[in-house]
Design a protein around this ligand. Structure first.
Ligand code: ATP
Ligand code: MG
Length: 349
């Protein structure tokens, strides 16, 4: 209906630990945009380990249905991963990615400093296949136990992650895409990934749209080496699931605090913002968690929904607060509270 289009319904899932403290910051930043984005409506939803301990269910069916039927997007806080395996518990975030077909994990990593080695890149990680199909077997042979894992790469999944990566590159100033692979060893699986992505600009319907995007490729090992030596050479990096997992954590390490790095889980019809950090039980409940990763995740979510102006305004406000350095949480060497940092960002928006 037209009404559904006019209102942006955002599912809010704080989940566990500092998720409860940083998600209000994301909400406040979106609200501060006022009428420059469509009217917003926030829907509070339950999930996570705390929810599991209380109700026996880490992802209530009401939450999934609300997201599928009512919302066009969501913000996820953080989920605790119990250190030992707990019977009946599995991560709600993994389940949500599957149920909402969020096949891409997009993680921008930027440093505010404007030095020559400034980091300003986006890791686009395929999120549904590769070794994560979890198809493992163990047999006993002449070498004792033999364990095997199947690695699945399909043309469909490679094509859609490739299209998303080209689209993201097209909307960035440098328009440069690097395909990460290891096809000198895994010529069939990584070969398919690489060739399929290289073929995206020639797909029917692309019609020269990606002409401005330059494409490079790199073996994953040398990509990690260069990421640490000369991170400024990268703009958008697209990778199969496992390499993407490792590269996005390595890239996050380049900019210091986990409290700064945002992400979205994106599909064709739904997008969910999620700070990269976990539930941080060591600092939970003290109003000192850095809310900037969650706020940046909200901006990223808006960008994926086509509200680039709103996203820019939030990101500029966050960058200003970091650059000024007067109102920062302890992880960045400051003395400010979570809520004070949120106020500072909101004021600038
Ligand atoms: P989980 O099992 O939920 O991942 P964790 O103990 O691994 O919990 P993380 O959230 O991954 O915790 O964080 C690792 C470290 O980084 C912790 O010491 C945590 O306090 C710190 N940290 C994470 N997020 C933030 C944040 N937003 N602000 C400040 N410090 C943070
Ligand atoms: Mg963790």
């Amino acid at each position: 209906s037209t009404r559904a289009k006019e209102t942006l319904k955002i599912g809010m899932i704080p989940a566990d630990g500092i998720g409860h403290e940083v998600l209000p910051g994301a909400k406040a930043a979106i609200q501060a945009l006022g009428s420059s984005i469509p009217k917003t409506e926030f829907v509070d939803l339950l999930a996570g380990f705390e929810c599991f301990t209380r109700t026996g269910n880490a992802l209530p069916v009401e939450t999934v249905e609300a997201l599928q039927n009512d919302c066009s997007c969501a913000m996820f806080g953080a989920v605790s991963s119990p250190s030992r395996k707990v019977a009946g518990y599995s991560s709600p975030i993994v389940a949500l990615r599957k149920k909402l077909d969020l096949y891409a994990n997009v993680r921008p990593v930027t440093s505010v400093a404007s030095s020559r080695s400034a980091v300003d890149l986006v890791v686009v990680r395929e999120n549904t296949e590769c070794l994560y199909v979890k198809d493992e077997t163990q047999t006993v042979g002449t070498n004792g136990k033999e364990a095997r894992a199947t690695r699945l790469i399909t043309e469909r999944a490679s094509r859609r992650i490739g299209e998303m990566a080209f689209e993201i590159a097209l909307n960035r100033p440098r328009k440069h895409l690097t395909i990460i692979h290891k096809s000198n060893v895994l010529s069939i699986t990584d070969g398919l990934f690489r060739e399929t992505i290289r073929g995206v600009p020639t797909l029917p319907g692309a019609d020269g749209k990606y002409d401005g995007v330059t494409v490079a490729e790199q073996l994953v090992d040398s990509a990690v080496y260069r990421l640490f030596r000369e991170p400024h050479i990268y703009d958008v990096m697209v990778a199969p699931n496992l390499y993407g997992d490792i590269i996005s954590d390595a890239a996050a390490a380049l900019v210091g605090s986990l409290g700064l790095v945002p992400s979205v889980n994106a599909g064709d019809t739904f997008v969910m913002g999620e700070p990269v950090h976990g539930s941080a039980p060591d600092i939970a409940g003290q109003n000192i968690a850095n809310p900037l990763a969650a706020i940046r995740s909200a901006a990223l979510m808006l960008r994926h929904l086509g509200h680039a102006d709103g996203a820019d305004r939030i990101e500029r406000a966050v960058d200003e607060v970091i650059r000024e350095g007067k109102c920062l949480t302890p992880d960045l060497g400051g003395k400010s509270k979570t809520t004070e940092v949120v106020e500072e960002v909101v004021k600038r928006i």
